[in-house]
Design a protein. Structure first.
Length: 385
């Protein structure tokens, strides 16, 4: 029994030792796991610290960028204020021209008492144009046409139409001619062939021309935004050229808007120019000095005084196709070689108007024409200024 008891005590001692060893092993494993976890946490803390450092650096960089952005925004704000000021000054200058148009009307006919107020709206919103194709009326009496002119100016129904002027033989649009049309109360159109003589007799042609010029300037500003680099041709009647009050303000306007002046070409009819008015010639030269182009239009006598036109700073000669062809086939016929050489020596550009058919164009292309205009290349279209 004593031996069995000793064996039992020995067995229990071994069992205790084994249990202690197992417990120590488990404790060691837990300690190793804890140290591994602590090491991982330290590495994570280091990564977090590094990331915080990067975030701090980025915040500092953003702070500098924000300063730059704020500075740029400030510069843009100043530029916007400057541009707004320039726009306001440009509009003010145009309104001054418009006021002169009103003054011109007041001197000719005081219709309805409120004409100045009504026409002053032309600088803001143009009267609605009928959506359907307009009707051209040719059966009005002179009295009725005069009523349409007066009411058209009052109700802002003087429209700007443009017709392309193309280079030849390429047929690429290089310039536009500005033309006026007047609508009656029903939207029917009265053409210049009908209203010009009536307006001249009533002393209202200058007002119509001036309003057309104002619309042309509005269109010109818009095309500059769209990067069209051609010129716009506007006809000046002798009545408009006599309106010195208007032209004093207009010359002042051009002096402040040189970028517009270089895109305007003023047409003077040959019959008006041949009257040889010194004051008128001086005015034309002033327009040329401002950068405007000059064109001799409605040429009926192709044998022009090139030297005089050059002294007055003309650049374009506009001849209707039937007139030129008649001169080339006349008795004696126009010597085209000499004629073209003279035009080239003075750097005149030749524009042939009223080209209406392909056959007419083919005949004209034999004579080295610079530019063409007519229904063959495009009819006058309403401009939505």
């Amino acid at each position: 029994m004593i031996i069995d008891l000793n064996y039992l005590l020995l067995f229990l001692s071994y069992l205790f030792l084994i249990t202690v060893a197992v417990l120590l092993l488990i404790a060691r494993r837990k300690q190793e796991a804890l140290w591994s976890r602590l090491s991982t946490m330290q590495r994570q803390q280091t990564d977090v610290a590094e990331k915080l450092g990067l975030v701090a650096a980025e915040l500092q960089s953003n702070k500098e960028n924000n300063k730059t952005i704020l500075s740029l925004l400030g510069d843009l704000g100043k530029a916007a204020k400057t541009a707004h000021k320039a726009d306001v000054e440009a509009v003010a200058a145009e309104v001054k021209i418009l006021q002169n148009i009103v003054g011109q009307l007041a001197k000719t006919r005081a219709v309805g008492g409120g004409i100045a107020t009504k026409i002053s709206k032309a600088g803001k919103s143009h009267a609605a144009v009928p959506a359907q194709e307009p009707i051209i009326r040719t059966d009005y009496s002179p009295e009725r046409i005069l009523e349409i002119i007066e009411s058209g100016l009052q109700a802002d129904r003087v429209d700007l139409y443009i017709q392309p002027i193309v280079s030849l033989p390429q047929r690429k649009i290089r310039h536009f001619e500005c033309l006026s049309r007047i609508r009656d109360e029903d939207g029917a159109i009265v053409l210049p062939e009908q209203f010009v003589q009536v307006a001249e007799q009533a002393g209202m042609m200058a007002a119509v021309d001036n309003l057309l010029l104002f619309r042309c300037i509005q269109l010109l500003r818009r095309t500059m935004i769209n990067n069209f680099h051609g010129s716009f041709f506007c006809n000046l009647s002798k009545h408009t050229l006599h309106d010195m009050d208007f032209f004093e303000d207009f010359l002042e306007f051009l002096s402040e808007n040189q970028e517009l002046a270089s895109r305007l070409v003023f047409e003077v009819n040959q019959s008006d120019f041949d009257e040889r008015n010194p004051a008128r010639e001086q005015l034309l030269m002033l327009l040329a000095q401002m950068g405007c182009g000059l064109a001799l239009a409605s040429v009926t006598n192709v044998r022009i005084d090139a030297d005089l036109l050059d002294r007055c700073k003309f650049k374009y000669i506009k001849i209707e196709a039937p007139v030129l062809l008649a001169a080339l086939k006349g008795t004696p016929p126009l010597d085209w070689v000499i004629y073209r050489r003279v035009l080239s020596s003075y750097n005149f550009d030749l524009i042939i108007e009223r080209i209406e058919s392909e056959d007419m164009l083919l005949e004209l292309l034999e004579y080295d024409i610079d530019f063409g205009q007519g229904y063959l290349f495009g009819e006058p279209r309403l401009s939505k200024t």
